[in-house]
Write a protein that binds this ligand. Structure first.
Ligand code: WT7
Length: 654
């Protein structure tokens, strides 16, 4: 085994084929169908994507499908003219679709709103005219700092309509994080709300905007404020305006601007473990096609489906699978303001029951939170409308997968475990639910047209079941185009880890993975998190899965700490299920359990019990902070994305 590979130790052999009934009605019905599509795409990727692009509306057709003459900077559908807002709205104003719900919104306090395609079109056109009136021109950047309310989707679509790139900044970020992004992105107008509801409290969004704008370096000229929570806020004359006031005086007529395929659609900031957040740039035509096709095939969209992706629009998942993907397909998209919380442990299941959700897409962190809250909550609700489940964001532990399958899916819904990144624009590795049998913990196979591989640091494919680095060998329409303002960082971060061979560029995703004998991908976590015990490089997810499979453990995060003999030793941070108490006996038992599950090599040297684990606001465990703690170092690096600072304080004391 070479220096640069990662060892894989997880043994998971259960296989879940879709039911015959599901497959019969699905868009892609069998493994053979999938394979045929995949082969066709691989043989001629450009023709494959060009054929699919006919499904969108183009004001002017492209003259080159892919320009890859200046790698790693790709251009797709060169000289094509289209508009994402047109594809999401105007295209659906047909007699059979115009009165179909486009957005079904549920507020945290239980209020709800439905907007049909015709209504959403009017709202978007009006708000696009508001933006123009505020001086926003094609190319000007607009920031959104909003709660999960329909206005967030309306604002995104309005920006797309007039060609003003948006940057959505998650409403949970601090005023400082907001300020840095407004400066980096040179934002002209900010759209916000008085406040938003989160876990039964008001998040004072406008107040945070005021703080961020107090800095002279922030170039923002206007602030547009939607009314949500109704508390008192300060409105600065000639700078701040109420959405509902501005809306009164504008026309509902606003034709979509024909945009060049490669015009910037949005910038979304994503943070790595070091350095300042990167502004990931996505453009119009390729992104539109990619989210359109992935939503259609992976979620097997049918005309009557009610699709609910629980992500906040502040993340790429919200961009691609709450707003643009579902609406481009003319689907009904559910938007929910609330988050899983102890005060309402059944909130997600209520939304499913109330709106008869048929496709449900959420994250492992939410699934684990619900497991902890108890089965009675989902069991008390009618979840029979569900026919398909999805997961995204981090590797899902097989035990959490099984719970999702049994308790939420009633053992009849396929689960699509979807691997992708902010940078990839849309889902890259996933089951197609009617075609590909699933294995708990595996994202299964690449989407047609995606030439994914697992490689060593020389760029050679590794063998079956050997660990390595997840990579993509050919461009795809949804790929990020650059880092905003820093093309060299784009090149360095994603395209230089694997050497260019014979002019071939390979995309480096930063995740460890292996492929099994069926070609299935098993993602093992971020490469930065890999632990090296006595020369064995172990992915975090496998050791964590072993811990979580013990009945006492709710959640686990493992990190390495320096060890004189082994190089690194494993330290496991665990939170316990309801009735279990920390004890030395339990720690011993857990160590033994890991040895039984995966072998002595993975035996944690230390178990640390915790009330909660430090997570990013998108729910990912921040292992680098735990690594600092485990090694007794001061916390280093950026902590602005941490959801709850007190978690870290408690861990330090503990
Ligand atoms: C990283 C990207 C893509 C939307 C949400 C996160 C991890 C994501 C999976 C999955 C294993 C996954 C990877 C990836 N990840 N989905 N199904 N299985 N790992 O977007 O914040 O850009 O994070 O999330 O480590 O690189 P993101």
């Amino acid at each position: 085994m070479s220096e640069s590979s990662i060892e894989s130790i997880l043994q998971e052999t259960r296989l879940f084929p879709p039911s015959a009934e599901f497959s019969q009605n699905a868009q892609i019905k069998s493994l053979e169908d999938y394979q045929a599509l995949y082969d066709r795409a691989q043989a001629d990727p450009q023709k494959f994507w060009a054929d699919l692009a006919q499904q969108l509306h183009w004001f002017q057709t492209w003259d080159t499908v892919l320009d890859w003459s200046n790698p790693p900077f790709a251009k797709w559908f060169v000289n094509g003219k289209t508009n994402l807002s047109y594809n999401c709205l105007d295209r659906h104003l047909t007699p059979d679709r115009r009165d179909k719900p486009a957005i079904v919104w549920e507020g945290e306090p239980g209020d709800s709103i439905t907007l049909t395609y015709a209504q959403l079109h009017v709202e978007v056109c009006k708000f696009a005219n508001v933006l123009k009136q505020m001086g926003v021109q094609k190319g000007d950047r607009v920031a959104l700092y909003m709660p999960m309310i329909p206005e967030a989707a309306i604002a995104m679509l309005a920006c797309a309509r007039i060609g003003a790139p948006h940057t959505v900044i998650f409403g949970g970020f601090s005023a400082e994080a907001l300020r840095d992004r407004l400066i980096d992105c040179q934002v002209k107008v900010v759209i916000t709300a008085d406040g938003g509801w989160r876990k039964d409290a008001i998040v004072p969004l406008k107040e945070q905007v005021d703080k961020a704008l107090a800095d002279d370096r922030v170039p923002v000229e206007k602030v547009l404020v939607a009314k949500r929570t109704g508390q008192e806020i300060v409105m600065q004359r000639d700078r701040d305006f109420w959405w509902h006031d501005l809306k009164e005086t504008v026309s509902a007529d606003c034709p979509a601007e024909p945009m060049d395929s490669e015009d910037m659609l949005f910038i979304l900031y994503t943070s790595g473990s070091t350095g300042k957040p990167k502004g990931v740039v996505h453009t119009t035509g390729g992104y539109n096609l990619y989210v359109h096709m992935t939503t259609k095939w992976i979620f097997d969209l049918q005309e009557t489906d009610v699709f609910w992706c629980t992500a906040d629009v502040g993340w790429i998942t919200g961009h691609s699978y709450v707003v643009y993907g579902p609406l481009s397909n003319g689907a009904t998209s559910v938007m929910y303001e609330g988050a899983p919380r102890a005060s309402n442990p059944g909130c997600f299941w209520d939304v499913i029951e109330k709106h008869k959700v048929s496709i449900f897409y959420t994250a492992p962190t939410a699934i684990r939170a619900f497991i902890k809250m108890g089965d009675q909550h989902p069991n008390d609700r009618d979840l029979s409308s569900l026919r398909l489940l999805g997961t995204v964001g981090e590797p899902i532990n097989p035990e959490a997968w099984m719970w999702y399958h049994k308790v939420i899916g009633g053992e009849k819904c396929p689960i699509v475990d979807t691997w992708w990144q902010t940078e990839t624009g849309g889902i890259m590795i996933t089951a197609l639910p009617g075609a590909i049998p699933t294995k708990p913990g595996s994202a299964t196979l690449p989407f047609p047209g995606i030439l994914a591989d697992v490689v060593d640091l020389d760029g050679n494919s590794v063998g079956v079941n050997e660990g390595g680095y997840l990579a993509v060998r050919y461009p795809w329409p949804g790929m990020m185009r650059t880092v905003f303002g820093d093309p060299d960082r784009f090149r360095r971060t994603y395209w230089q880890h694997i050497p260019v061979k014979d002019g071939q560029y390979t995309y480096f995703a930063g995740d460890g993975a292996r492929r099994d004998e069926d070609g299935y991908f098993w993602v093992m976590g971020r490469v930065d998190d890999v632990i090296n015990v006595a020369g064995h490089r172990l992915g975090t997810m496998e050791v964590e899965s072993a811990l979580v499979s013990h009945p006492a453990v709710a959640e686990a995060a493992v990190v390495g700490k320096p060890d004189e003999i082994k190089g690194q030793d494993i330290v496991a941070f665990v939170t316990l299920e309801g009735t279990y108490q920390p004890s030395d006996e339990l720690a011993k038992e857990l160590k033994k359990h890991v040895v039984l599950e995966i072998g002595a090599i993975a035996r944690p040297g230390e178990i640390r019990f915790a009330d909660a684990l430090p997570k990013t606001r998108s729910g990912k465990i921040m292992r680098r902070l735990l690594r600092d703690l485990a090694s007794g170092n001061a916390i280093s690096g950026d902590t602005s994305t941490l959801e709850d600072r007190s978690v870290l304080e408690k861990l330090r004391e503990g």
